[in-house]
Structures are given as structure tokens and as C-alpha cells.
Write a protein of this length. Structure first.
Length: 517
């Protein structure tokens, strides 16, 4: 029996209360009942989808979000709520369904063609799809309607720099900086200004703008000094705890009798070319590559739940026996199926996240049969590139707001890699960014052979595939273009500034073969 009208109102109220307190499991229960009672209600379908996505059951969640979009498509003549269209469009864009997000954005604009909210949502969709020529006139309309809005003006400045006159674009950003109406947007304006100045060859001015952005981002950080030290504490614990005995405690033969596939992992340091490599790898029909997967982190949380030990994964793993290790393997693959579908069980999975380097010991113990693709790039270019980006708010990136702090974190992470790489059981292949851009086909023939598949010509068109996909990292625009070499040796434009951190980087420059490049 379906719930009565009164019960529906009560269920909806309970569902909203669950969302307000971030109890997404309860929200799922309530919205499932609402969907069962009214399956053609787009709002209920979308709300259930978002709750599932928040529960990290992305595959199921997106199915409900797309169902909501289809319902709205069938009811286009009756749809009179552009704000819900914008909201659902934003949700779909966040989860990577850009084509449907754009369609809903256009529906909203058709209903409210003079609304800066509907227009700006369409601008955001088009810019994420790298369709900047379509986005520019719409962005100009938005700024005519909201001439003082920082975010809208930043977007227009970015588009103007790409399509019109990059020499004039900084003036728009300077007005935002002078107003300083929203400090987070002011910091963003400084960083975008730095990028434009870099492209026009004004490198010293660009570096000053990067410093301004970094200072503001550091001041806005929600993390305490103690929290910002956590990554270094974790790396020290891992270096001490993941000794040869633990890393080789269980052999591949001991664990692989569970019938589960062998995963591959793509890692390195941030801005080392992992997103570019993921796009190329994902173009192969026999491979599936994730975009910043968090499943390893969730598996580490399951380990902490099982053992009651928080923050010291080597000590927690040392307590486990083979059945518990196999449980963690099952947990990983179950979560991967929920996120990416059953396809992950049929194709070779490449789990990409640069931060996996920190969890390499954990990965080794649970998946000794795995393969590791380790991304390398000139350390000076990595540090400069990190300084030119704004990362999402997270403890692992909270320190990346000044060049010395970036160099310190690079040193700590890559010291760990050098200490552990010859002790781990998984086979690994170093993948150099410079080789990718200078000798693309030879490099990826080697990568595909390492992953157990033949060369495929789709790899040559990776940028075309990327143009229609949502990519969560700051590289989303770069990887939708054909290969270019301007990011190689970029640090030489900032040599005076890079010299201040070279002593910290020199051992890695030597170890990774960049001394004479």
C-alpha cells in the first residue's frame, strides 16, 4: 500500500530534516518511500540520487539523477521551475554528466532568458565542456546584469583572456581585487591574473600575483597549524611502520585465490601529469580509469573501524590475518562496483589519485598483485604548477599556498616514494610527463604493454574524449587540447624564484634524471 498524502508530507519533511543534518542514510530511506509512492516526481528522484551520491554509491545515484532529468524532459511543456532545473543541472555537472547538465541548463534559460542565475549556470556548463566561444557572449550578458559580481566577472575575464585580448583581461580582475567584496573570490582573481600574466610573458608580475593569491588562501584556510602538519606525521608513521617485513608479509599467492581482479594504481605528486595519463588510459576500450577515486581512503576508514586504530595504518594492518585482509579486498571491489558499475570487474581498472602515494604501503599489503604507474615530472615544474593552482579545501593540500611549503611537501612525499619503491611487491612503471609530450606513442605503447593490453589508436584522440567529460582536477582544460610542450621547463621563466627552493629539490632532480634536462 502506498503512503497516504499526509504520510507523504511527513516523509518529505523527515527527508529534508535528514539532509539538513547530513544523515544521508536516513534520507535515502525516506526518499525511496517517496519515489515508490510517486515514481514520476522528478524532485523525489533527484533527491534520492543526490543522497546516494553522498553515500558514495555514485552509479546508483547518477541513475536516479538522470531519471529525474528524463522526467523533466518529458514534462518540458509543464516545467515552470527554472530554479530546480538549475539545481539539478548543477548536481549532474558535479557528478560528471555534462551533456544532460547542459540540456537542463538550456531549459532553464528558455524559461528565464534574462536571469543571471540561469545564464551563468549555462556558462559554467559550457566552460567545463571547453566550449568557450559559446560561453563568452552568455558570460557578457551575465556581467551586464550583475556588473559588480566577483565570480561572474572572473569567469568573463578568463574567457576574454582566451578568446579576445589577454593584455586587457587583467583590468577586469584588478577591479575585483580592488573591491575585495568576497575574500575567497579576491584570492581567485589574483590567481587568474597570475595565469594571464604568465601567458603574456610578464613572469615577475605573475609571480607576485601568485604570492598574493597564496597569502589570501592561507589566511582563509580552515585548518589549524596542527592539522596542516598531519600529512607529515602520516608520512613519518608510514615510513617507520611499513618495513620490509610488513610489506612482504602476505605473498600474492596467499591473497589472489579470492577470484578478484588485480587493480592498477596511477599516482605520483600533484600536478605530475596524472590527469593527462588517466585520460589517455581511459580512451582504451579494455581499460577503465577513475578520476580522483576516494575508494582507497574509504578502505582505510574500514580498516580503522575494524581495528579501532586511527591514523596509523601500518600498526592496524599488522594486527590483521588473511581473512580480514580479504574482507578489505572485497570492500574495495564492492565500492568500485557501486561507483563505476560492473564494468570494473570486466576491464582492467586503473585507480587514479595522486594522493595514493601516501597510502602506497596500505595498497601493497592489501593488493600485492597490483600494478603501479608512478607519474614523474621535473620537480621544479611540479612546484611551480602547484603554486599556480587553487586546490580544493583538504588537509593534504592545505600547505600548498607558498613555494617553500610546496617544496617541503614535495620533499616529504617523494622521500617516502624513494624509501619504499624497492620494497613493495607490486610491479611499478615510472611514467615521465616529459616523455608523454615528447614521444607520446612510444610512451603509451609501453604503458599499455605494462597494463597487459595492446596499443589502441583511440589514445591519439584522447583530447577529443576529454572535451565531453567532466574532469575534477585543475587540468580539465589542458587535457581537452592536443599535446603541447609549453609546460615543459616552464620553471625557467621563474628561475630567480625557483632558486630559493632548488636546494630542497636537488636530490630529486638528480634521482629522477632531470639534472641535464
Amino acid at each position: 500500500m502506498k503512503p497516504s498524502i499526509i504520510n507523504l508530507e511527513s516523509l518529505q519533511q523527515q527527508a529534508q530534516q535528514a539532509i539538513a543534518r547530513s544523515d544521508f542514510a536516513a534520507a535515502e530511506t525516506y526518499f525511496r518511500q517517496l519515489v515508490e509512492a510517486k515514481p514520476n516526481d522528478a524532485y523525489f528522484q533527484a533527491s534520492l540520487g543526490q543522497a546516494l551520491c553522498c553515500l558514495h554509491r555514485r552509479k546508483q545515484g547518477i541513475e536516479h539523477l538522470l531519471k529525474a532529468a528524463r522526467i523533466l524532459g518529458r514534462q518540458a511543456s509543464k516545467t515552470r521551475d527554472p530554479h530546480f532545473l538549475v539545481q539539478l543541472s548543477g548536481q549532474l555537472a558535479h557528478w560528471g554528466e555534462m551533456a544532460t547538465a547542459e540540456r537542463l541548463a538550456r531549459q532553464a534559460v528558455a524559461l528565464l532568458p534574462k536571469s543571471p542565475v540561469t545564464l551563468n549556470n549555462l556558462v559554467l556548463c559550457l566552460s567545463r565542456l571547453n566550449r568557450t566561444k559559446e560561453a563568452l557572449p552568455l558570460s557578457q550578458q551575465v556581467c551586464q546584469l550583475l556588473p559588480e559580481h566577483p565570480g561572474c566577472n572572473i569567469m568573463l575575464a578568463i574567457l576574454e583572456a582566451k578568446l579576445l585580448d589577454p593584455e586587457q583581461a587583467p583590468a577586469r580582475l584588478e577591479r575585483i581585487i580592488a573591491q575585495n567584496a568576497e575574500p575567497d573570490q579576491t584570492a581567485r582573481a589574483w590567481l587568474e591574473k597570475a595565469g594571464i600574466l604568465d601567458k603574456t610573458g610578464r613572469y615577475d608580475e605573475a609571480f607576485l600575483a601568485m604570492n598574493k593569491a597564496g597569502e589570501m588562501h592561507a589566511a582563509l584556510s580552515p585548518y589549524s597549524p596542527q592539522q596542516r602538519e598531519m600529512i607529515y606525521d602520516t608520512l613519518e608513521l608510514n615510513r617507520e611502520g611499513f618495513n620490509q617485513s610488513l610489506l612482504q608479509r602476505w605473498s600474492k599467492q596467499t591473497l589472489i585465490d579470492d577470484g578478484l581482479p588485480a587493480p592498477a594504481f596511477l599516482m605520483g605528486f600533484l600536478r605530475s601529469g596524472t590527469t593527462l595519463s588517466e585520460q589517455v588510459i581511459g580512451s582504451h576500450p579494455q581499460l577503465i580509469a577513475t578520476d580522483e577515486s576516494t575508494v582507497i581512503h574509504e578502505m582505510s576508514q574500514e580498516l580503522e573501524r575494524m581495528t579501532g586504530i586511527s591514523g596509523d595504518h601500518s600498526r592496524a594492518l599488522a594486527l590483521l590475518r588473511v581473512p580480514e585482509i580479504k574482507h578489505l579486498r572485497q570492500f574495495y571491489w564492492q565500492r568500485m562496483r557501486e561507483e563505476y558499475g560492473d564494468e570494473v570487474m570486466r576491464k582492467q581498472l586503473i585507480d587514479k589519485n595522486a594522493l595514493h602515494t601516501i597510502e602506497l604501503g596500505l595498497i601493497n599489503v592489501i593488493f600485492p598483485e597490483a600494478k603501479i604507474l608512478f607519474a614523474l615530472r621535473d620537480p621544479r615544474d611540479i612546484c611551480l604548477s602547484c603554486f599556480m593552482q587553487a586546490f580544493g579545501t583538504a588537509p593534504a593540500t592545505a600547505n600548498l599556498t607558498s613555494l617553500p611549503n610546496i617544496a617541503r611537501q614535495y620533499q616529504a612525499v617523494m622521500d617516502y616514494w624513494l624509501a619504499i619503491k624497492d620494497l613493495i611487491q607490486p610491479n611499478y612503471l615510472a611514467l615521465r610527463y616529459e616523455d608523454t609530450v615528447n614521444d607520446f606513442e612510444a610512451t603509451f605503447r609501453q604503458v599499455f604493454a605494462f597494463l597487459g593490453v595492446d596499443w589502441h589508436a583511440n589514445a591519439l584522440k584522447f583530447h577529443q574524449r576529454a572535451q565531453n567529460r567532466y574532469i575534477s582536477t585543475p587540468s580539465f582544460s589542458a587535457v581537452s587540447q592536443p599535446l603541447y610542450t609549453t609546460a615543459v621547463k616552464r620553471w625557467q621563466n621563474y628561475q630567480t624564484h625557483i632558486q630559493t627552493i632548488e636546494p630542497q629539490l636537488q636530490s630529486f632532480i638528480d634521482a629522477f634524471g632531470y639534472s641535464d634536462i
